[in-house]
Design a binder for this molecule. Structure first.
Ligand code: OGA
Ligand code: NI
Length: 361
């Protein structure tokens, strides 16, 4: 099949072209166009941020892979109470560092060069901005390069910056490593949900992995803009690698925004909407956002694991029963229909999306 959907895009949806934020800042660091200034109620306020909270849970992947039951229990609690955790001891440090360097090299290219990989009108892959669906919506302070990375025959190589030496090899290697980490988590979550360890992996059908490489320019007025508006991910899980120093990602926890303090070389993992549905709501797909700062640009890379288009988001039978686990999620919603639904709307926070998967009551 090789080049399937080469020119039709992925059939997921599309995003309107808007200017590069990196260029706006390069031309005039004090210019914040109206389209980026959030409405007052949507601006990041210091008073919304929870400073006293505990940090999000830390999970040791090596222990998980050894079958350590305490570690698995920690994972269970992390996914129920936080929907977010940081993975250490994953054995991918080297490739992680290389990947960050490759992403930085991409965004360092001149605009004219980056534009060669610009999103086509019918695609969400490539260089551009995400979730732009109308001319008058407020925009995020972010440029991105989105690539389908696995399986190999779904890659659309026209979006890959092959002129950067080693870029393709590095991203390929990273994609494989991050999938290994994802599979270890799926195996453990399967056991926690009372099914065989390969169940969740099988449940994905023709799984895909897409990586969203984010560039957040510095901003003269971080109080007026957002790097990414509040949203939940429409993946099964997301594995994020972020800058080692800048704290920018915030997650909604007990009604407040909790900053995710970077641990160098850790991988931030979060439960996506698909896993929330499959687990019948046991594991939570949590709203998150990213803020900007005056001093430095920030780079991150989010790997989204998604099921095949035709896979249904039915809760596992083991997660629905008559005593204590009433069914919350519907049967019969196909992933592709859910994804198209979420991509057609601007990011409106989590509720609008996940309601689509729930039973009416
Ligand atoms: C995302 C995301 C957060 C970040 O790309 O879905 O939530 O810190 N990114 O870049
Ligand atoms: Ni996200």
């Amino acid at each position: 099949m090789g080049t399937m959907q080469e020119d039709e895009g992925l059939g997921f949806g599309s995003s309107l072209p808007v200017p590069s934020v990196q260029e706006i800042v390069r031309n005039d660091a004090n210019n914040i166009p109206e389209r980026y200034i959030k409405n007052p109620e949507d601006r990041p306020k210091g008073s919304d941020i929870c400073l006293v909270s505990d940090d999000i849970p830390i999970i040791n992947l090596y222990m998980l892979s050894k079958g350590d039951e305490d570690e698995r229990r920690k994972l269970d609690i992390a996914c129920q109470e936080w929907g977010f955790f940081q993975i250490i001891n994953h054995g991918a440090d080297g490739v992680l560092t290389k990947m960050k360097a490759a992403v930085e090299e991409f965004f360092d290219l001149p605009l004219s060069e980056k534009k060669k990989y610009g999103m086509a009108a019918n695609d969400v892959q490539g260089y551009g901005q995400g979730y732009v669906v109308s001319e008058d919506q407020k925009l995020d302070w972010n440029d991105l390069l989105f690539l389908i990375t696995l399986p190999a025959n779904f890659r659309n190589i026209k979006y890959w910056p092959l002129t950067i030496p080693g870029f393709k090899e590095t991203i390929e290697e990273y994609a494989k490593e991050i999938q290994r980490v994802a599979d270890e988590i799926f195996a453990n979550l399967s056991l926690l949900m009372g099914v065989e360890s390969d169940f969740l992996k099988q449940m994905h059908g023709d799984a895909k992995q897409g990586i969203r490489m984010n560039y957040y320019p510095s901003c003269a007025r971080p109080d007026l803009v957002l790097g990414v508006s509040p949203h939940s991910d429409s993946s099964s899980i997301t594995l994020l690698v972020q800058d080692d120093e800048i704290t920018a990602l915030q997650i909604k926890h007990k009604g407040a925004w909790v900053p995710v303090k970077p641990i160098p070389n850790a991988i931030v993992v979060n439960i996506g909407d698909v896993m929330e549905a499959w687990s019948n709501g046991r594991y939570k797909s949590i709203e998150h956002r990213a803020v900007t700062n005056v001093e430095k640009p920030r780079i991150s890379a989010a790997a989204f694991v998604i099921p095949g288009n035709e896979v249904e988001l039915n809760p596992l039978k083991t997660m629905v029963d008559d005593d204590g686990r009433p069914r919350i999620f519907k049967n019969g919603v196909k992933y592709i229909d859910y994804l198209r639904y979420t991509l057609a709307k601007k990011m409106e926070g989590k509720l609008a999306n996940i309601e689509y998967l729930k039973l009416e009551n």
